[in-house]
Write a new protein. Structure first.
Length: 144
């Protein structure tokens, strides 16, 4: 999924402002760093409950045991979490929701936080993303 499709999916999803923040690969997609295959979103507990009542399927991640809900929109798997993380990194989902980074009117987990998470997790795919984020920061830093 590229940024244009991400914007289309988010428009169709129509989540209430102030109740979610995009993270993971889609965060990188919003910054035009790389495409992604799915859309992961932190949501408030109230929004999570509302989506559950609307029939989203609840599941548990195999890697961390975090509970999430999923639905596919425009052929893109969407995963919503209240929180997730591991012993290596605990994201502050509430902070990302209340004080997101905004790109193309999308509320995002701040990219510096996303980089720290991926560096701490240190899976091979995460380390590739760390390098891509570092290149993005280097290319987008205003020099005096």
């Amino acid at each position: 999924m590229d940024k244009a499709k991400l914007l289309s999916v988010m428009k169709k999803l129509s989540l209430p402002k102030g109740q979610f923040a995009i993270f993971a690969g889609a965060c990188l997609t919003a910054h035009d760093i790389r495409p992604t295959s799915d859309l992961e979103i932190f949501v408030t507990p109230d929004l999570y409950a509302k989506l559950k009542r609307q029939g989203w399927q609840e599941r548990v991640t195999g890697s961390t045991g975090a509970t999430y809900q999923t639905k596919t929109i425009l052929d893109v798997p969407i995963l919503v979490f209240v929180t997730c993380g591991s012993d290596r990194w605990q994201p502050n989902a509430d902070a990302y929701i209340t004080n997101p980074e905004i790109i193309s009117d999308l509320p995002l987990m701040p990219l510096r936080e996303m980089r720290a998470w991926k560096a701490a997790t240190a899976r091979p795919k995460d380390l590739i993303d760390v390098k891509l984020i570092d290149v993005h920061f280097a290319e987008n830093t205003v020099r005096a």
